[in-house]
Design a protein around this ligand. Structure first.
Ligand SMILES: [Zn+2]
Length: 309
């Protein structure tokens, strides 16, 4: 069995974003507080006891408080069910939650060498001491089984693979510690329960649905997919910014090459958008974008949504 909890569904900045007065952010602050959403991350477990986070968002502390599955075990003075954190990129909304896990509990961080280099290069992450927090490199296309803090096998198999994306935004125009933009800056994950064989894909950042990617995820029971923007020029049209979705390394939901069209007909049982930006009208209940996405079989999850495979 695989249990997956959506800790947060929003893109960087969350909903509402601190400095944003767009229609979604305004509605989330006033008449529809249930639109509020924290930054994208999921928790995964195959035994219901030990959990792995996929990415650690700046909202992690709030997410852990809101998620009973991730509370310390009753009767223990110091404990966390979090056995490890798997990072799929080096963006602020994927890594800074690590700083909230700094109280001496043992766990492991798994990331591509390029992302580990970013952590190494930023000394603030040294607050996670080597003694308690191991940093382990992920090699693409080579499945691995993350371990529990006592070294026991977790029963979960993770396969990471490169997907079209971009390096971390804050490194744009600056030297990446490893150099250049390259495969490994953005990873997709296939996560499986070794005992039951149940599996799903995590692709919260993806710039294009290539034929190779479509082939890989065809027939999957569950796919979490990049839902950052509804249309590529959404931020520009709304007057919120100068970047396109593509410019940020994110596919749009709509359009001929968008996620909805690209993943249609791939026989995927459950499709869930994640990393949804506050500018995206799909967040508004009753919007035609929301109806379109739902009619195409997509779920727009609320924080705390649990899916069991
Ligand atoms: Zn906004």
């Amino acid at each position: 069995m695989l249990r997956i909890v959506v800790l947060g569904a929003a893109a960087g900045g969350g909903v509402p974003q601190w400095n944003c007065g767009c229609p979604v952010c305004r509605t989330a602050r006033s008449e529809q507080p249930d639109l509020q959403s924290t930054q994208a991350s999921i928790a995964v477990s195959c035994d219901g006891t030990n959990w792995f986070l996929v990415n650690a968002s700046p909202d992690l502390r709030q997410q852990l408080t809101a998620t009973p599955q991730l509370h310390p075990k009753h009767g223990q003075l110091r404990h966390s069910p979090i056995a490890g954190v798997i990072l799929t990129n080096g963006e602020i909304d994927a890594i800074t939650g690590l700083l909230s896990l700094r109280e001496g509990s043992p766990f492991s961080v798994y990331a591509h060498a390029r992302v580990l280099d970013i952590l190494r290069d930023n000394s603030i992450f040294n607050v996670l001491g080597e003694k308690n927090v191991k940093r382990l490199p992920i090699e693409v296309d080579r499945p691995f089984e993350p371990a529990l803090p006592d070294g026991a096998p977790s029963g979960i198999e993770v396969l990471a693979f490169p997907v079209p994306g971009k390096g971390a935004w804050y490194l744009e125009g600056k030297a990446h510690p490893t150099g250049g933009d390259a495969a490994g800056d953005t990873l997709g994950l296939r996560i499986a329960d070794k005992a039951s064989g149940k599996y799903f894909f995590f692709l919260a950042a993806c710039a294009r649905a290539t034929d190779e990617l479509k082939h890989r995820i065809k027939g999957a029971p569950l796919v979490f997919f990049d839902g950052t923007v509804w249309r590529d020029d959404e931020l520009i049209v709304a007057g919120l910014g100068q970047k396109t979705g593509q410019g940020m390394g994110h596919i749009a939901m709509s359009g001929k090459d968008g996620a909805i069209e690209s993943l249609a007909g791939l026989d995927i049982a459950r499709k869930v958008f994640l990393h949804i930006n506050n500018s995206n009208p799909v967040l508004l209940n009753g919007s035609h974008e929301r109806r379109h996405a739902e009619q195409a079989g997509w779920l727009i999850p609320a924080d705390g949504t649990e899916i069991v495979l």
